[in-house]
Ligand binder design. Structure first.
Ligand SMILES: Nc1ncnc2c1ncn2[C@@H]1O[C@H](COP(=O)(O)OP(=O)(O)O)[C@@H](O)[C@H]1O
Ligand SMILES: N[C@@H](CCOP(=O)(O)O)C(=O)O
Length: 320
Protein backbone atom coordinates (compact mmCIF):
# COMPACT_ATOMS: atom_id res chain seq x y z
CA UNK A 1 0.00 0.00 0.00
CA UNK A 2 1.13 3.56 -0.44
CA UNK A 3 0.53 5.48 2.75
CA UNK A 4 3.95 6.40 4.06
CA UNK A 5 2.71 9.27 6.24
CA UNK A 6 -0.10 8.91 8.79
CA UNK A 7 -2.28 11.95 9.40
CA UNK A 8 -4.14 12.28 12.70
CA UNK A 9 -7.68 13.72 12.92
CA UNK A 10 -6.28 16.81 14.66
CA UNK A 11 -3.69 17.35 11.92
CA UNK A 12 -6.34 16.99 9.24
CA UNK A 13 -8.68 19.45 10.94
CA UNK A 14 -5.92 22.02 11.37
CA UNK A 15 -4.90 21.54 7.71
CA UNK A 16 -8.46 21.86 6.42
CA UNK A 17 -9.05 25.01 8.52
CA UNK A 18 -6.79 26.74 5.96
CA UNK A 19 -9.22 25.84 3.13
CA UNK A 20 -12.82 26.68 2.28
CA UNK A 21 -13.80 23.03 1.87
CA UNK A 22 -16.04 22.63 4.93
CA UNK A 23 -15.63 20.07 7.68
CA UNK A 24 -14.21 16.59 6.96
CA UNK A 25 -16.77 13.79 6.73
CA UNK A 26 -14.49 10.87 5.77
CA UNK A 27 -10.77 10.35 5.32
CA UNK A 28 -8.96 7.19 4.35
CA UNK A 29 -5.62 6.09 2.96
CA UNK A 30 -5.53 4.72 -0.61
CA UNK A 31 -3.68 1.45 -1.06
CA UNK A 32 -2.83 1.91 -4.76
CA UNK A 33 0.26 3.74 -5.98
CA UNK A 34 3.87 3.47 -4.95
CA UNK A 35 5.33 6.96 -5.05
CA UNK A 36 3.33 9.21 -2.70
CA UNK A 37 0.85 8.94 0.19
CA UNK A 38 -2.69 9.43 -1.11
CA UNK A 39 -5.90 9.86 0.88
CA UNK A 40 -9.50 10.00 -0.17
CA UNK A 41 -11.04 13.01 1.57
CA UNK A 42 -14.73 13.76 1.74
CA UNK A 43 -15.84 17.09 3.17
CA UNK A 44 -19.10 19.02 3.29
CA UNK A 45 -18.28 20.37 -0.20
CA UNK A 46 -17.34 17.17 -2.03
CA UNK A 47 -14.66 14.53 -2.59
CA UNK A 48 -10.96 15.25 -2.96
CA UNK A 49 -7.58 13.54 -3.03
CA UNK A 50 -5.02 14.66 -0.48
CA UNK A 51 -1.46 13.79 -1.52
CA UNK A 52 1.59 13.97 0.70
CA UNK A 53 4.64 13.96 -1.57
CA UNK A 54 7.35 11.43 -0.75
CA UNK A 55 10.23 9.65 -2.42
CA UNK A 56 11.10 10.84 -5.89
CA UNK A 57 9.05 14.03 -6.08
CA UNK A 58 11.51 16.90 -5.74
CA UNK A 59 9.87 19.82 -3.88
CA UNK A 60 11.14 22.29 -6.48
CA UNK A 61 9.29 20.36 -9.22
CA UNK A 62 5.91 20.36 -7.45
CA UNK A 63 4.74 23.79 -8.72
CA UNK A 64 5.42 22.55 -12.29
CA UNK A 65 3.20 19.48 -11.73
CA UNK A 66 0.39 21.33 -9.94
CA UNK A 67 0.33 24.21 -12.44
CA UNK A 68 0.24 21.65 -15.27
CA UNK A 69 -2.82 19.96 -13.71
CA UNK A 70 -4.51 23.37 -13.53
CA UNK A 71 -3.48 24.29 -17.10
CA UNK A 72 -4.89 21.03 -18.50
CA UNK A 73 -8.12 21.32 -16.50
CA UNK A 74 -8.58 24.92 -17.72
CA UNK A 75 -8.43 23.57 -21.28
CA UNK A 76 -11.13 21.01 -20.58
CA UNK A 77 -8.78 18.03 -20.18
CA UNK A 78 -9.97 15.65 -17.45
CA UNK A 79 -7.08 16.07 -14.99
CA UNK A 80 -7.45 16.72 -11.27
CA UNK A 81 -7.53 20.47 -10.65
CA UNK A 82 -5.50 21.50 -7.58
CA UNK A 83 -7.53 23.17 -4.84
CA UNK A 84 -6.19 26.46 -3.49
CA UNK A 85 -6.39 27.34 0.19
CA UNK A 86 -7.94 30.58 1.51
CA UNK A 87 -4.70 32.41 0.67
CA UNK A 88 -4.64 31.10 -2.92
CA UNK A 89 -1.85 28.53 -2.32
CA UNK A 90 -2.18 25.01 -3.68
CA UNK A 91 1.19 23.64 -2.49
CA UNK A 92 1.18 23.26 1.29
CA UNK A 93 3.02 21.46 4.07
CA UNK A 94 1.65 18.63 6.20
CA UNK A 95 3.71 16.71 8.77
CA UNK A 96 6.72 18.62 7.48
CA UNK A 97 6.27 17.27 3.93
CA UNK A 98 4.90 18.96 0.81
CA UNK A 99 1.18 18.25 0.33
CA UNK A 100 -1.72 19.27 -1.91
CA UNK A 101 -5.43 18.67 -2.33
CA UNK A 102 -6.74 17.99 -5.83
CA UNK A 103 -10.17 17.22 -7.26
CA UNK A 104 -11.42 13.66 -7.04
CA UNK A 105 -11.98 12.28 -10.55
CA UNK A 106 -14.65 9.66 -11.20
CA UNK A 107 -13.80 6.57 -13.25
CA UNK A 108 -11.99 3.29 -12.86
CA UNK A 109 -8.68 1.98 -14.13
CA UNK A 110 -8.51 -1.45 -15.76
CA UNK A 111 -6.09 -4.22 -14.88
CA UNK A 112 -6.28 -6.09 -18.18
CA UNK A 113 -6.83 -3.56 -20.97
CA UNK A 114 -8.53 -4.77 -24.15
CA UNK A 115 -7.67 -3.30 -27.58
CA UNK A 116 -10.80 -1.12 -27.13
CA UNK A 117 -9.33 0.31 -23.91
CA UNK A 118 -6.01 0.83 -25.72
CA UNK A 119 -7.76 2.82 -28.43
CA UNK A 120 -9.44 5.04 -25.85
CA UNK A 121 -6.24 5.42 -23.85
CA UNK A 122 -4.34 6.36 -27.02
CA UNK A 123 -6.88 9.06 -27.80
CA UNK A 124 -6.66 10.33 -24.21
CA UNK A 125 -2.88 10.60 -24.56
CA UNK A 126 -3.07 12.62 -27.78
CA UNK A 127 -5.67 14.88 -26.17
CA UNK A 128 -3.25 15.42 -23.27
CA UNK A 129 -0.41 16.29 -25.67
CA UNK A 130 -2.54 18.81 -27.52
CA UNK A 131 -3.95 20.30 -24.30
CA UNK A 132 -0.43 20.76 -22.92
CA UNK A 133 0.62 22.93 -25.87
CA UNK A 134 1.42 26.43 -24.67
CA UNK A 135 2.04 25.39 -21.06
CA UNK A 136 4.86 27.68 -19.95
CA UNK A 137 6.29 25.35 -17.29
CA UNK A 138 9.53 23.60 -18.27
CA UNK A 139 10.95 20.44 -16.80
CA UNK A 140 13.72 18.43 -18.43
CA UNK A 141 13.20 14.66 -18.37
CA UNK A 142 15.51 13.61 -15.55
CA UNK A 143 14.85 9.97 -16.50
CA UNK A 144 15.50 10.53 -20.21
CA UNK A 145 18.06 8.80 -22.44
CA UNK A 146 21.21 10.69 -21.25
CA UNK A 147 20.47 9.63 -17.65
CA UNK A 148 20.18 5.88 -18.18
CA UNK A 149 23.87 4.90 -18.25
CA UNK A 150 24.76 6.92 -15.10
CA UNK A 151 21.73 5.43 -13.32
CA UNK A 152 22.66 1.91 -14.38
CA UNK A 153 26.23 2.32 -13.18
CA UNK A 154 24.87 2.56 -9.61
CA UNK A 155 22.86 -0.64 -9.89
CA UNK A 156 24.97 -3.03 -11.95
CA UNK A 157 25.36 -5.45 -9.07
CA UNK A 158 21.58 -5.56 -8.50
CA UNK A 159 21.16 -6.54 -12.17
CA UNK A 160 23.74 -9.30 -11.80
CA UNK A 161 22.02 -10.52 -8.62
CA UNK A 162 18.72 -10.73 -10.49
CA UNK A 163 20.16 -12.47 -13.50
CA UNK A 164 23.85 -13.32 -13.89
CA UNK A 165 25.24 -11.82 -17.09
CA UNK A 166 22.50 -9.17 -17.33
CA UNK A 167 24.74 -6.16 -16.77
CA UNK A 168 26.74 -6.79 -19.97
CA UNK A 169 23.50 -7.14 -21.95
CA UNK A 170 22.21 -3.85 -20.54
CA UNK A 171 25.52 -2.14 -21.31
CA UNK A 172 25.13 -3.18 -24.94
CA UNK A 173 21.52 -1.94 -24.99
CA UNK A 174 22.61 1.41 -23.56
CA UNK A 175 25.39 1.81 -26.12
CA UNK A 176 23.08 0.94 -29.04
CA UNK A 177 20.34 3.23 -27.76
CA UNK A 178 22.76 6.11 -27.35
CA UNK A 179 23.79 5.78 -31.02
CA UNK A 180 20.31 5.26 -32.44
CA UNK A 181 18.30 7.59 -30.18
CA UNK A 182 16.18 9.98 -32.29
CA UNK A 183 16.80 13.59 -31.31
CA UNK A 184 14.69 15.70 -33.65
CA UNK A 185 11.14 14.54 -33.02
CA UNK A 186 8.34 16.95 -32.03
CA UNK A 187 8.53 17.62 -28.31
CA UNK A 188 6.23 19.10 -25.70
CA UNK A 189 4.76 18.33 -22.32
CA UNK A 190 4.42 14.57 -21.84
CA UNK A 191 2.94 12.46 -19.03
CA UNK A 192 5.84 9.97 -19.00
CA UNK A 193 4.05 7.41 -16.76
CA UNK A 194 0.80 6.82 -18.66
CA UNK A 195 0.27 3.30 -17.31
CA UNK A 196 -3.12 1.56 -16.97
CA UNK A 197 -3.27 2.43 -13.26
CA UNK A 198 -3.05 6.12 -14.16
CA UNK A 199 -5.93 6.18 -16.66
CA UNK A 200 -9.61 6.08 -15.73
CA UNK A 201 -12.50 4.84 -17.86
CA UNK A 202 -16.23 5.48 -17.68
CA UNK A 203 -18.59 2.53 -17.20
CA UNK A 204 -19.16 2.42 -20.99
CA UNK A 205 -15.41 1.89 -21.55
CA UNK A 206 -14.76 5.43 -22.80
CA UNK A 207 -11.70 7.37 -21.64
CA UNK A 208 -12.54 9.35 -18.49
CA UNK A 209 -9.37 10.92 -17.05
CA UNK A 210 -5.63 10.71 -16.45
CA UNK A 211 -3.96 11.03 -13.04
CA UNK A 212 -0.48 10.93 -11.53
CA UNK A 213 1.40 13.56 -13.50
CA UNK A 214 4.42 13.41 -11.19
CA UNK A 215 6.84 12.28 -13.90
CA UNK A 216 5.54 14.82 -16.45
CA UNK A 217 8.29 16.65 -18.33
CA UNK A 218 9.39 17.98 -21.72
CA UNK A 219 10.26 15.21 -24.15
CA UNK A 220 9.25 13.75 -27.52
CA UNK A 221 5.51 13.08 -27.85
CA UNK A 222 6.32 9.80 -29.59
CA UNK A 223 8.39 8.73 -26.56
CA UNK A 224 5.21 9.07 -24.47
CA UNK A 225 3.42 6.88 -27.02
CA UNK A 226 6.26 4.33 -26.69
CA UNK A 227 6.04 4.31 -22.86
CA UNK A 228 2.31 3.72 -23.27
CA UNK A 229 2.73 0.89 -25.80
CA UNK A 230 5.00 -0.92 -23.35
CA UNK A 231 2.64 -0.43 -20.43
CA UNK A 232 -0.58 -1.38 -22.25
CA UNK A 233 0.23 -3.82 -25.02
CA UNK A 234 2.14 -6.72 -23.49
CA UNK A 235 0.34 -9.91 -22.47
CA UNK A 236 0.90 -11.67 -19.15
CA UNK A 237 2.97 -14.32 -20.99
CA UNK A 238 5.40 -11.61 -22.14
CA UNK A 239 4.26 -11.47 -25.77
CA UNK A 240 3.60 -8.15 -27.50
CA UNK A 241 -0.01 -7.68 -28.62
CA UNK A 242 0.28 -5.93 -31.96
CA UNK A 243 -3.52 -5.65 -32.29
CA UNK A 244 -3.66 -3.70 -29.02
CA UNK A 245 -0.70 -1.57 -30.17
CA UNK A 246 -2.31 -0.70 -33.49
CA UNK A 247 -5.55 0.17 -31.67
CA UNK A 248 -3.62 2.43 -29.29
CA UNK A 249 -1.89 4.22 -32.16
CA UNK A 250 -5.14 4.51 -34.12
CA UNK A 251 -6.80 6.03 -31.04
CA UNK A 252 -3.89 8.46 -30.66
CA UNK A 253 -4.12 9.45 -34.32
CA UNK A 254 -7.80 10.31 -33.97
CA UNK A 255 -6.53 13.49 -32.36
CA UNK A 256 -2.87 13.82 -33.32
CA UNK A 257 -1.52 12.01 -36.38
CA UNK A 258 2.06 10.82 -35.99
CA UNK A 259 4.56 12.02 -38.59
CA UNK A 260 6.43 9.38 -40.64
CA UNK A 261 9.55 10.12 -38.55
CA UNK A 262 7.62 9.54 -35.31
CA UNK A 263 6.20 6.25 -36.63
CA UNK A 264 9.63 5.05 -37.74
CA UNK A 265 11.08 5.94 -34.34
CA UNK A 266 8.54 4.01 -32.27
CA UNK A 267 10.49 0.70 -32.10
CA UNK A 268 13.69 2.34 -30.82
CA UNK A 269 11.72 4.64 -28.51
CA UNK A 270 9.89 1.63 -27.07
CA UNK A 271 13.20 -0.13 -26.46
CA UNK A 272 14.45 2.96 -24.63
CA UNK A 273 11.21 3.29 -22.70
CA UNK A 274 11.60 -0.32 -21.57
CA UNK A 275 15.11 0.40 -20.28
CA UNK A 276 13.89 3.49 -18.41
CA UNK A 277 11.31 1.51 -16.40
CA UNK A 278 13.68 -1.44 -15.97
CA UNK A 279 16.21 0.95 -14.41
CA UNK A 280 13.89 2.71 -11.95
CA UNK A 281 12.42 -0.65 -10.92
CA UNK A 282 15.94 -2.00 -10.46
CA UNK A 283 16.86 0.99 -8.28
CA UNK A 284 13.69 0.53 -6.19
CA UNK A 285 14.29 -3.22 -5.94
CA UNK A 286 17.69 -2.49 -4.49
CA UNK A 287 16.43 0.17 -2.11
CA UNK A 288 13.29 -1.47 -0.69
CA UNK A 289 13.98 -3.26 2.61
CA UNK A 290 12.51 -6.75 3.05
CA UNK A 291 9.14 -6.45 4.82
CA UNK A 292 8.47 -2.89 3.57
CA UNK A 293 4.80 -1.97 3.16
CA UNK A 294 5.17 -1.16 -0.54
CA UNK A 295 6.13 -4.08 -2.77
CA UNK A 296 8.57 -2.90 -5.42
CA UNK A 297 7.60 -3.54 -9.04
CA UNK A 298 9.39 -6.35 -10.83
CA UNK A 299 12.37 -5.13 -12.90
CA UNK A 300 12.48 -8.41 -14.81
CA UNK A 301 9.04 -7.72 -16.31
CA UNK A 302 10.70 -4.83 -18.12
CA UNK A 303 13.81 -6.84 -18.92
CA UNK A 304 11.53 -9.31 -20.74
CA UNK A 305 9.95 -6.40 -22.65
CA UNK A 306 13.45 -5.22 -23.53
CA UNK A 307 14.23 -8.65 -24.94
CA UNK A 308 11.20 -8.35 -27.24
CA UNK A 309 12.38 -4.91 -28.37
CA UNK A 310 15.90 -6.14 -29.12
CA UNK A 311 14.33 -8.19 -31.91
CA UNK A 312 12.70 -4.99 -33.28
CA UNK A 313 8.96 -4.33 -33.27
CA UNK A 314 7.02 -4.48 -36.49
CA UNK A 315 4.11 -2.21 -35.69
CA UNK A 316 2.57 -1.27 -38.96
CA UNK A 317 3.03 -4.27 -41.26
CA UNK A 318 4.64 -4.11 -44.71
CA UNK A 319 2.04 -1.84 -46.32
CA UNK A 320 2.91 1.24 -44.18
N1 LIG B 1 -7.63 12.75 -8.73
C1 LIG B 1 -7.95 11.52 -8.38
N2 LIG B 1 -9.23 11.10 -8.40
C2 LIG B 1 -9.57 9.86 -8.00
N3 LIG B 1 -8.68 8.95 -7.54
C3 LIG B 1 -7.39 9.31 -7.49
C4 LIG B 1 -6.94 10.59 -7.92
N4 LIG B 1 -5.61 10.67 -7.75
C5 LIG B 1 -5.23 9.49 -7.24
N5 LIG B 1 -6.28 8.67 -7.09
C6 LIG B 1 -6.27 7.29 -6.53
O1 LIG B 1 -5.06 7.14 -5.79
C7 LIG B 1 -4.29 6.07 -6.34
C8 LIG B 1 -2.81 6.40 -6.27
O2 LIG B 1 -2.57 7.60 -6.98
P1 LIG B 1 -1.24 7.83 -7.79
O3 LIG B 1 -1.18 9.28 -8.16
O4 LIG B 1 -1.12 6.83 -8.90
O5 LIG B 1 -0.17 7.52 -6.68
P2 LIG B 1 1.40 7.38 -6.77
O6 LIG B 1 1.92 8.67 -7.33
O7 LIG B 1 1.80 7.11 -5.38
O8 LIG B 1 1.68 6.22 -7.68
C9 LIG B 1 -4.81 5.87 -7.73
O9 LIG B 1 -4.64 4.56 -8.19
C10 LIG B 1 -6.29 6.22 -7.59
O10 LIG B 1 -6.99 5.12 -7.07
N1 LIG C 1 4.64 3.08 -13.46
C1 LIG C 1 5.93 2.84 -12.88
C2 LIG C 1 5.99 3.10 -11.41
C3 LIG C 1 5.31 4.37 -10.94
O1 LIG C 1 4.15 3.94 -10.28
P1 LIG C 1 2.77 4.77 -10.24
O2 LIG C 1 1.92 3.96 -9.32
O3 LIG C 1 3.17 6.11 -9.71
O4 LIG C 1 2.23 4.82 -11.63
C4 LIG C 1 6.34 1.37 -13.11
O5 LIG C 1 5.47 0.57 -13.44
O6 LIG C 1 7.53 1.06 -12.95
Amino acid sequence: MAVYTDITDQELEAFLAEYDLGAPLAFKGIAEGVENSNFLLETETGRYILTVYERRARPEDLPYFLDLLGWLADRGYPSARPIADKAGKNLKTLRGKPAAIVEFLPGLSVRKPTPAHCREAGEGLAWLHLSGEGYAGRRANDLGQPHWAPLFSKHRQAAEDLKPGLSAVIDKDLAELSLAWPRNLPTGTIHADYFPDNVFFKTDGKFAAAIDFYFACDDAYAYDVAVTLNAWCFEADGSFNVTAARALIAGYERRRPLSPAERDALPILARGAAIRFFLTRLADWNATPAGALVRPKDPLEYERKLAVHREGLSLFGSSQ
